[in-house]
Design a binder for this molecule. Sequence first.
Ligand SMILES: [Zn+2]
Length: 310
Amino acid sequence: MSLPVQNKALHVPELKEIATILQAALKTNFAEAEVTVVDCPDLTQPPFGLSAAGICGSPRLADVGGVPYLMPLVNREKLYDIHELARLVEVPEAFIVGAGAGPHPHVGVNSEMMANIKTGAKAVNGTRIAKINEAGNYHLEKLPSNESRCALMLNMFASEGKSGKVLRVHARKRTGDQNLVSLMRQALEKHYGADKAVGLGGTFRLVSGKAKCHVMPDFSPTPLTCDDQINEWLRFYDFEAPMVFLSTLCSVDPGMDLRIEHTHGYGKDTGGHYHYDTTPDSVEYEGYFNVAEFMYRIDRPTTTHQIGRN
Ligand SMILES: [Zn+2]
């Protein structure tokens, strides 16, 4: 059964122009901030250790499924193979990073997915999942190389995994109350307005400090119908650096029912959905992002709502 797919071309400004906009925004929220255009470092190497070297070549975003498949009640039929998603975004040999829900038939329960996978002939799967196990305890694990599914939803950034020019984002010591990703997204929204959607994807590290993250427990047997209920259901943690995050954002929603920002990350034994750092004085971020040329919407829910999208 083929999945419904639509796509839209995004506005693609020069990296240098975006760097100027983001640096000005970061400086309102961090004591030190710099955004530059650089050659992407080899992301397979420490401290990132991802599944491909770079985030360049046919860069694009996709929003797959959505929160309406998770709540009010879960639809367990919604499973996606990331190799197929790569074909649907027309980059069959793709490096895909992003935030989604793990494959419950393999994991055993609902989970947070930190997607980090190279598809195609030379596949590499560095994807992690974070779950609350049957005993109620937090657990992080790496998926086996042949488990390339996700469930329910995935916000992903795909590229050919090549090296090339990217944005380097560096910020230290937070002076404002914005999280890194919302700050960047809102700066692009403010600059480009409601008619020009600009999408970014990539990775950043929490170099020092702590981040508030959530992990979804197993599927709720009772319907989740508002954000208060969802916050009661979720498990929240303060995770310590170093952590690697995989991130997508789109300045505005060009009428595709998108989740406009979504970031998951992991450390040695930690991982989950990024909310914000909790250590303004000691926080430091370093990240690499590229600009997406297209937004794909795959298996868009026909019945939708706005809850649970933070
Ligand atoms: Zn999430």
